[in-house]
Design a protein around this ligand. Structure first.
Ligand SMILES: Cc1cc2nc3c(=O)[nH]c(=O)nc-3n(C[C@H](O)[C@H](O)[C@H](O)COP(=O)(O)OP(=O)(O)OC[C@H]3O[C@@H](n4cnc5c(N)ncnc54)[C@H](O)[C@@H]3O)c2cc1C
Length: 377
C-alpha cells in the first residue's frame, strides 16, 4: 500500500507534534515553515500533565524536560503580597503535574522527534492558502497535493482564512510582555524562589516562573490601554509603583521583551474537505490556564489517532473535531472568564479569590484540562 501523504503549514508546537505522530503511523510528511530557521521566541512555557502525556506519546518528553523546572507550589498573590489561592500542582489534592520549559528546548525536542520519524521540514516556505480537495498553496506560486493538508500556521493562519473557516476572532484588550532573565536569590524570599507566583495589582499582573536552574521567565501583563506599562525597555519605576514588594526583581528586568495581545477565536468547523486547521489557528485563547500549547499538543495527537481509525479523510476530520472540540472549548471559555478579574478592584479580587479558592467545584473546572487524559495517551 502506498503511504498516505500530508503537507503541513507551520513548524510550531501543533505542526511538529502532528508531523511526528503521523510519521510514526506510517505517513510521509512535509512541513512548511515560513521562517528561515526552526528557532522560537525565547521565553518559557507551562506544560501541564495533559501536554506532558502527549510529549511522551510522540517520543519528545525525555528531551523536552532536560533542565526543565518543576515548581513545588503555585500561588496567586494580591496587591499586598498576600496569597489569594493555591493552584494545585504535582500530587496535591485535585492537582496535576506541571513543568515549565524553555520554549526553545520544547521546540527542539519536537523537531528532533519529527525528524527521527522521517519528517521533512522545509524552511523559507510560506503557505498562502489551501483547497478543500487537498492542495497547499505556497507563496512561491507552487501547489502541492496531498491526502491531507494541515494549517498549523498560528493565530493568523492563512490556510484557515483561505477557506473562510473563521466564526469569530475577539481581541481581549489585554496582553503580556514576556522576557527571560537569569534567576537571582534576591528576587523573592528564599522559600518563594522555586515557586510559580502570579502577582496582581490594579489591572496589572506579574508572572514569576523559574523555567530551568538558571532561567527565569517573566510575563508582565497589562491592559492594551495601559501603554506605558508595556513599552520596552520596561519602565521599572512604573511597575514598582504597582508592585513595591518586587522592587529587587523589577530592577533586574532586561531591555528586551516581546508584547503579545491576547485574543480568542473560534471556527465554524475545524476542517473543510481534506484540510484541517490545528493549534492557535483553530482555537487561540488567552494564556491564563497555560493551555494554548497544551490543547495544540492534544489535538495534534488526537488528529493522528482519528486518521488511524477512519480511512476516509473528511470522515476522520469530522470525528476528530467531534471528539476533541468540547475539551478545547471548555479550556478557551474557562481561560476567557479568568480574565474578567483583571479589572476588579484589588480588595474585591482578593476577597473573592480567597473564597473561591475553597470551592472544590470551581477548582475542578479550572484543573479539568490539566487532568484530562488525551486521546492516544
Ligand atoms: C503570553 C503568552 C503566554 C503563553 N503561555 C503558554 C503556556 O504557558 N502554556 C501553553 O500551553 N501555552 C501558552 N501560550 C499559548 C501557546 O504559545 C500557543 O497556543 C502555541 O504556541 C500554539 O502553537 P501553534 O503551533 O498552533 O502556533 P505557533 O506557535 O504560532 O506556530 C505557528 C508556526 O507556523 C509558522 N507560520 C506562520 N504562518 C505561516 C505560513 N503562512 N506558512 C508557513 N508557516 C507559517 C510560524 O512561523 C510558526 O513557526 C501562551 C501564549 C501567549 C501569547
Amino acid at each position: 500500500m502506498t503511504k498516505r501523504h500530508a503537507e503541513i503549514a507551520g513548524a510550531g508546537i501543533a505542526g511538529l507534534t502532528l508531523a511526528a505522530a503521523l510519521a510514526q503511523r506510517g505517513w510521509s510528511i512535509r512541513v512548511h515553515e515560513r521562517s528561515s530557521n526552526l528557532r522560537t521566541f525565547g521565553a518559557g512555557i507551562y506544560i501541564w500533565s495533559n501536554g506532558l502525556r502527549v510529549l511522551k506519546a510522540v517520543g519528545a518528553y525525555e528531551e523536552a524536560i532536560v533542565g526543565a523546572h518543576e515548581g513545588p507550589e503555585f500561588y496567586t498573590r494580591d496587591h499586598l503580597n498576600e496569597t489569594m489561592e493555591e493552584i494545585p500542582v504535582g500530587n496535591k489534592p485535585g492537582g496535576a503535574k506541571l513543568v515549565t520549559i524553555v520554549r526553545e528546548t520544547l521546540l527542539t525536542a519536537l523537531v528532533n522527534a519529527a525528524r527521527r520519524a522521517g519528517v521533512e521540514i522545509v524552511t523559507n516556505s510560506e503557505a498562502i492558502g489551501a483547497t478543500p480537495e487537498g492542495e497547499l498553496l505556497l507563496a512561491d506560486g507552487s501547489r502541492v497535493k496531498a491526502d491531507l493538508v494541515v494549517g498549523a500556521d498560528g493565530i493568523n493562519s492563512k490556510v484557515r482564512d483561505s477557506l473562510d473557516l473563521l466564526m469569530y476572532r475577539k481581541p481581549l484588550g489585554y496582553g503580556a510582555v514576556r522576557m527571560m532573565i537569569n534567576r537571582a536569590d534576591s528576587d523573592v524570599i528564599a522559600e518563594d524562589l522555586p515557586r510559580y507566583l502570579e502577582y496582581f495589582s490594579g489591572s496589572r499582573r506579574i508572572l514569576y516562573t523559574p523555567a530551568s536552574e538558571k532561567d527565569l521567565y517573566i510575563a508582565l501583563c497589562a491592559s492594551v490601554e495601559d501603554k506605558a506599562a508595556y513599552q520596552t525597555p520596561i519602565d521599572a519605576a512604573l511597575w514598582k509603583e504597582s508592585f513595591p514588594h518586587l522592587g529587587a526583581l523589577i530592577d533586574r528586568f532586561g531591555d528586551a521583551g516581546r508584547w503579545d495581545a491576547f485574543e480568542v477565536l473560534k471556527l465554524k468547523a475545524w476542517s473543510k474537505g481534506r484540510v484541517a486547521i490545528l493549534g492557535d489557528g483553530a482555537h487561540a485563547m488567552p494564556p491564563y490556564l497555560g493551555q494554548g500549547g497544551g490543547c495544540a499538543l492534544m489535538n495534534a495527537l488526537g488528529l493522528a489517532v482519528a486518521l488511524d481509525e477512519h480511512s476516509d479523510i473528511p470522515t476522520a476530520l469530522a470525528a476528530w473535531e467531534a471528539r476533541e472540540r468540547p475539551m478545547t472549548e471548555h479550556t478557551q471559555d474557562t481561560a476567557e472568564r479568568l480574565g474578567d478579574m483583571n479589572y476588579w478592584p484589588d480588595t474585591v479580587r482578593s476577597d473573592v479569590l480567597k473564597i473561591t479558592a475553597q470551592c472544590a467545584q470551581i477548582g475542578a473546572e479550572r484543573m479539568k484540562t490539566a487532568r484530562h487524559v488525551p486521546t492516544g495517551t
